[in-house]
Design a protein. Sequence first.
Length: 130
Amino acid sequence: MTMQTTAPKHFLIQKMFTHQSPDIVRAVLQDYGFTVKTVQNTKDSEIWTKPDADAFWIVRMDSQGHKTRFHHGSRPHYHKNWVASAEDLRKYLKAYFPGAMVYSDKGDLLGTAEQCQKSDRMAAAQHIKR
């Protein structure tokens, strides 16, 4: 397989997660073939992934939010992301990964996590309200 280095312009799942319960989001993720990579139903982030050639689609469920100055960070929310390799996924699963590609709830590519941190509008767009 050839490693994909350019992120897709649209997220794999076109269904929107805004104001959906975690159980509904989990059911959608399972329907699309995602598997959970972290512990479910805890205060920590719940991360679901699906391989895309050598890359990975990611949905992160922040059930307790997280400490951040960005929009909606301290309240429960979801993120739609994509990383280009298994090595990037390992980094993502351990800590904030600035190279992760970020999508809006509508599925539009916003840029990297690092780029989205620099804009209040982009920060707001990447936090999908639960």
